[in-house]
Write a protein that binds this ligand. Structure first.
Ligand SMILES: C[S@@+](CC[C@H](N)C(=O)[O-])C[C@H]1O[C@@H](n2cnc3c(N)ncnc32)[C@H](O)[C@@H]1O
Length: 169
């Protein structure tokens, strides 16, 4: 294995948190699951937080879920899983191979793992004239109202058209 493959391979594992696979993860309570027990725990949690204590739930590491990007990692820098990381790598290499000009951007960065990965791919390929951009509202989607509901519909329509166009190609 070349140094480059070893570096990129190791980085993927670290970004996915696979180096901590044997550790129990402690995750926050999910406030969107309505139950009287949870409501009670959240109320206690709120009080404990003042003293810097927290109520958490423990979750066993599930390799299958992590590789498929369907769990919510407590510590890993990306939640997209190995398959989607590899898809980023595939797309990156295609862009470079085909000389497609431009920078890279991650829209919706969360903890930044995919951005770190793209930056590492650039560095590993000795490319210094492209930038990785990062964008996130950290607040989710704006609530639809009279003013922006049309705009949201328009965005979804454009996305659909683009997908259909790419699919037909
Ligand atoms: C599923 S996470 C992204 C996971 C990330 N790409 C990774 O590698 O783990 C979605 C991210 O998108 C952001 N987000 C959601 N809606 C957004 C919006 N309307 N504009 C900008 N960022 C948004 C969230 O704050 C969150 O960080």
């Amino acid at each position: 294995m070349s140094d480059s493959n070893a570096y990129i391979g190791l980085l993927k594992k670290v970004l996915l948190g696979l180096h901590n696979a044997d550790a129990v993860e402690y995750k926050p309570l999910l406030p969107n699951t309505p139950s009287w027990r949870l409501k009670f725990l959240l109320a206690v949690h709120k009080i404990l937080r003042i003293k810097k204590y927290a109520i958490v739930r423990s979750a066993e590491f599930d390799l299958e879920k992590r590789l498929n990007g369907i769990d919510w990692p407590a510590h890993a820098d990306t939640m997209i899983g190995l398959k989607r990381l590899e898809n980023i790598e595939f797309c990156f290499r295609e862009v470079i191979k085909d000389n497609i000009p431009g920078d890279f951007i991650e829209t919706g960065v969360w903890r930044g793992g995919s951005t770190i990965f793209m930056k590492a791919l650039l560095k590993d390929s000795n490319i210094n004239n492209r930038v990785v951009w990062v964008a996130d509202s950290f607040e989710g989607l704006p609530k639809p109202d009279e003013k922006n509901i049309l705009r949201i519909k328009e965005i979804h329509f454009i996305r659909l058209q683009t997908l259909l166009y790419q699919w037909k190609k």
